[in-house]
Design a protein around this ligand. Structure first.
Ligand SMILES: [Zn+2]
Length: 287
């Protein structure tokens, strides 16, 4: 398993904000000190403006350098543009590793799936997964599927990828919940699987499985995964029921698709995030 990460992404924080440095630092600690899953560590390289501009406007890239909060959830931090570009670079490197036949995970912050073409929101500044998918499509991938299992709807990814030929988006999420979208399918290529709060685990698993069945029918040659771990029962930001084994099952199910696959970290705010990531990666690796 290749993990693309850089401890420097822990360098920004605001007291009390759930998207905190410890998410990455504690995950690194666990992953470095376990022996079940051999890891090949890599640092992100660099993302080009041309790659980011497929998903975002030039005004949005410039706005990241203006010292003003985007919204109460999404503060301005010094150098946030640099941090956001680091996450994008890691997602692009993950794409390249998947194409080279590796199992790969981008362990970075900030997350990306709420970021829209012109708007940072929901702890997200640049849409890492959408940028990587548009790069894939621009460089030869014919059919790319995004599987987004973060408990929140990937509204930014949906808005950016809407009706793009050769791309399909599948989001399984709690509804109602932040950001309030994702109740129904949108356009020709965005498929939403809303699940009510506080449902039994079997109900949530059935929605995840249904999305897999639909994704298979699309017959992708590449799968990009927005891996959020906040549908976990003990996550403080949602009311969904998944347990550790479900994240292992998600990894296994993605592996079973038998196509090149890369995953990038989105949300996940419980203290158990490191264990959930490890379980997922073991599933992806077939351990
Ligand atoms: Zn989330």
């Amino acid at each position: 398993m290749r993990i693309i990460t850089d401890e420097h992404c822990a360098g920004y924080s605001r007291i009390g904000h759930p998207e905190r440095p410890l998410r990455i630092l504690a995950s690194l600690e666990l992953l470095r000190h376990q022996s079940e899953l051999p890891i090949d560590w890599a640092k992100p390289t660099q993302a080009g403006d041309d790659q980011m501009l497929r998903a975002h406007s030039p005004e949005h890239l410039a706005r990241l350098d203006e010292a003003e909060d985007f919204d109460p959830d999404t503060p301005y931090y010094e150098d946030i543009g640099k941090y956001a570009r680091g996450s994008v670079a890691a997602a692009l490197d993950a794409l390249a590793a998947a194409r080279a036949g590796q199992n790969v995970f981008s362990l970075m912050r900030p997350p990306g799936h709420h970021a829209k073409r012109d708007q940072a929101m929901g702890f997200c500044y640049l849409n890492n997964i959408a940028i990587a998918v548009l790069e894939a499509a621009a460089t030869g991938a014919k059919r790319v599927a995004v599987y987004d299992f973060d408990v929140h709807h990937g509204n930014g990814t949906e808005a950016i990828l809407l009706n793009r030929p050769g791309i399909a988006f599948y989001s399984i999420h709690q509804f109602p919940c932040y950001p309030g979208t994702g109740e129904a399918n949108v356009g020709r290529n965005c498929f939403n699987y809303p699940v009510a709060p506080e449902v039994p685990r079997e109900t949530y698993r059935a929605a995840l499985a249904r999305a897999f069945e639909d994704l298979k029918k699309f017959q992708p040659d590449l799968v990009a995964v927005s891996a959020g771990f906040d549908a976990y029962a003990r996550d403080p930001l949602a009311q969904s029921p998944l347990v550790l084994d479900d994240f292992y099952w998600l990894g296994q199910s993605l592996r079973a698709l038998g196509v090149p696959l890369f995953s990038v970290l989105e949300g996940g705010y419980s203290r158990d995030l490191p264990e959930l990531i490890l379980a997922y990666l073991k599933g992806v690796e077939g351990k």
